[in-house]
Design a protein around this ligand. Structure first.
Ligand SMILES: Nc1nc2c(ncn2[C@@H]2O[C@H](COP(=O)(O)OP(=O)(O)OP(=O)(O)O)[C@@H](O)[C@H]2O)c(=O)[nH]1
Ligand SMILES: [Mg+2]
Length: 695
């Protein structure tokens, strides 16, 4: 592709175009004059990953009807200079009036990106704009930005490049002008005969012919007079029939359309009064009390989310306190339990259905136990992702998130992160997938990357289950407890060191994590806004990570099911077994020289909790204790195994989330290698030390 992208900025007066222009191009700008006009012409340039983006700041105009000098300049530029992308800047707090221009521009070209500017002001006023919905209703990329605070600019540039390259296909809104549509189609056809018209987008020109436009009329009168007189007739007809001039009908169709769109995408929340905000901030922004209070809120929310999802940790607490009824309820009615149940029912139904179709057994097995199991792997994450983003949405929407970011900023900066990163990292204790996805709330790419890189090192719930299983082999509960504590502490230390090192290294080229503390007033959470947020993110996960998780999960199930002789009845015949045997020698130095262990680690790549069940399958035993006992595992081996499991590689789902966040295969591989390295070295050292300590 051509490495220069030509962009025109279009927008109503005062939407912040010039601010945006200056923010984007900085000093690389020059001022000229529009040929033959008195209006200044600003041009500038910026570079993004080797692509030059050349921007022209068009004069501010409310419409493109060419009634004024400004309108004419803007319109002529788009028609005759054909910029690669027209960026329409609209005002977040005056969407209704500023979107009009965007709708008009969409009639003229489909190479459009809409930027909703001054989003910071909207947030302060408690106005929420559902950006994804706006984008899907208009059929163009829409990005929320604040030119003043430089937020969203990166995403804006990506959107511009996507449209320029055609990777985002702009569909445009399905906007009907009622009766006028018939005439537009008619002129679209007849215009073929008018050669002079070919410099204009045809559908747009047809619309102008019906509407009436003094510049177009002048051209048509001279070049294609028959068409022109036909247009005049049509206008008269419409006028007589509907009592309204065509341009009025068109304008009111646009307004109607916009107001319908606005109804679906804007929500105004209830703000707390300034004194209340001040009172709350007096507590929450105090160094110690604030940190503590916010931490408790956070811990409570995360605990609640995890409990609704799997029962953990409240189920365990209830059990310890002897509240067996509560524990049993949580056991039976956790969200992931319900989803797993529904999935099993579905998968049995599918099997019955396929048997009824008289498909061969091996095919049924591949479909149900292979591919459909892959679907299950994706589905199993959905409830958690959804719940996590409900919690996130709540924190964002109430204004608590920004306080959290403010009070924890100092602490987090030491690890190269900003205060906001605390939330996603803590989530990692539940599951690394939403933790990685949650890093998208961070403001810079650098920080998103760093936090996503570190989050998988935090021991998730699935790993805890396996660690507990291994610990149950240690008779002394005190030693077992200490060991678990050691494993957790070790992970934190690694996160700290790695964060410190990577951020030092990255700092050379990039800026410090910044926190622009803009504290919006608190507001009452709105269910609608939180729902938007959670729903969009869940869909995003499905679209971005779903396919990878599905593919790898399916592949792994197939490796376990199939062998050189077709479908296998015991694991020993499977490809997975052969692969495990290949890996086993590598695991010998860390004391884990058993193919059963290798196989369980392979399956742990799929999902960490399946390490336990795979050990059962491989050894043919019923309980993990018996399974491990048959393997004659010693204490040094347990320690090594635990350390290795805790660090070795993020599971497939976490990796997919990471990849979709960072969009780089190179860094995804780097993440796997880093963790494998850390795991191997740690397990090796621990194994040697423990072997020396207890010969
Ligand atoms: N809070 C806030 N203010 C902004 C933002 N962008 C621009 N402004 C302010 O909005 C006002 C208008 O900004 P301009 O950049 O001059 O707007 P413009 O679209 O170039 O206006 P014209 O050239 O008159 O068409 C200025 O006071 C800016 O400081 C933003 O993202 N947030
Ligand atoms: Mg300006």
């Amino acid at each position: 592709m051509n490495n220069v992208v030509r962009v025109a900025l279009l927008g109503a007066p005062n939407v912040g175009k010039s601010t945006l222009f200056n923010t984007l191009v900085g000093a690389h700008r020059f001022v000229g004059n529009w040929p033959g006009k008195t209006v200044d012409r600003y041009e500038g340039e910026l570079e993004h990953h080797g692509i030059k983006i050349r921007i022209v700041d068009l004069p501010g105009t409310y419409s493109l009807s060419a009634q004024s000098e400004e309108e004419e300049i803007a319109r002529d530029y788009i028609i005759h200079e054909k910029p690669d992308v027209v960026v329409v800047v609209v005002n977040a707090i005056a969407l209704e009036t500023t979107l009009y221009l965007a709708v008009q521009a969409l009639e003229l070209t489909s190479r459009i990106v809409i930027l909703v500017n001054k989003i910071d002001v909207a947030e302060k006023m408690g106005i929420h704009i559902h950006i994804e919905k706006l984008s899907s209703l208009l059929g163009v990329p829409v990005v929320a930005v604040s030119a003043l605070h430089r937020s969203g600019l990166h995403e804006a540039i990506e959107a511009i490049i996507n449209v320029a390259r055609g990777t985002y296909h702009v569909r445009g809104p399905s906007l009907s002008y009622g009766i006028i549509d018939y005439y537009i189609s008619h002129f679209e056809k007849t215009l073929e005969s008018c050669e002079a018209s070919s410099i204009f987008p045809r559908r747009w020109l047809a619309l102008k012919l019906v509407e009436g436009d003094k510049h177009i009329d002048a051209i048509m009168q001279e070049k294609c007079p028959e068409l022109y007189s036909e247009a005049l007739k049509s206008r008269k007809q419409i006028m007589e029939q509907f009592g309204k001039s065509p341009d009025l009908i068109v304008a009111s169709s646009r307004y109607e359309f916009i107001s319908k769109v606005i109804d679906q995408v804007i929500y105004k929340g209830k703000l707390a009064t300034p004194p209340l905000t001040e009172k709350l901030d007096n507590i929450l922004l105090k160094p110690l009390i604030g940190q503590l209070t916010l931490f408790i809120i956070l811990a409570f929310l995360i605990g609640l989310v995890l409990t609704v999802n799997t029962g953990f940790p409240i189920k365990q607490i209830a059990e310890a306190l002897g509240l067996s009824a509560v524990a049993e309820f949580l056991e039976n009615y956790s969200l992931s339990g319900i989803v797993a149940f529904a999935f099993n029912v579905l998968s049995e139904q599918l099997r019955t259905f396929l048997i009824a179709l008289q498909l061969p057994d091996w095919l049924i097995s591949i479909i149900v136990d292979g591919a459909f199991a892959g679907v299950g792997a994706v589905l199993s994450f959905l409830p958690l992702i959804f719940l996590v983003f409900i919690a996130f949405g709540f924190l964002e929407d109430t204004g608590i998130m920004s306080r959290l970011a403010a009070v924890y900023h100092e602490t987090m900066v030491k690890f190269g992160l900003s205060g906001k990163a605390l939330m996603p990292l803590l989530l990692g204790f539940g599951c690394n997938v939403p933790a990685v996805m949650g890093t998208k709330i961070l403001s810079t790419d650098r920080e998103k990357f760093l936090a996503s890189f570190l989050a998988p090192l935090i021991p998730c719930q699935a790993r805890l289950v396996v660690l507990l299983m291994l610990l149950s082999l240690i008779p002394n509960p005190v030693i077992a407890g200490l060991l678990l504590l050691f494993i957790y502490l070790y992970s934190f230390i690694l996160v700290g060191i790695l964060g410190y090192l990577i951020s030092r290294y990255m700092e050379k080229t990039r800026e410090e994590p910044q926190l622009i503390i803009e504290l919006p007033p608190y507001h009452l959470p709105s269910l609608r806004v939180i729902w938007w947020y959670a729903w969009d993110n869940t869909l995003h996960f499905l679209k971005k990570a779903g396919i990878i998780i599905f593919a790898i999960s399916t592949l792994m199930s197939l490796l376990l099911m199939l062998g050189p002789s077709g479908i296998v009845s015991s694991v020993e015949g499977s490809y997975a077994y052969s692969i495990s045997n290949l890996i086993t020698p590598i695991l010998t130095p860390i004391g884990l020289d058993r193919w059963e262990v290798a196989l369980s680690l392979l399956s742990g790549f799929l999902a960490k909790e399946s390490i336990a069940s795979t050990l059962l399958i491989a050894t043919g035993k019923d309980t993990p204790q018996v399974a491990l006992a048959t393997l004659n595992i010693t204490l040094p081996q347990i320690v090594s195994f635990m350390l290795f499991i805790n660090l070795y590689t993020p599971c497939v789902a976490t990796l997919s989330a990471f990849y979709s966040q960072v969009k780089s295969a190179k860094y995804t591989v780097l993440l796997i290698l880093t963790e494998l390295f850390l795991a191997y070295v740690s397990a090796f050292i621990a194994f040697k030390i423990f072997t020396l300590l207890m010969p």
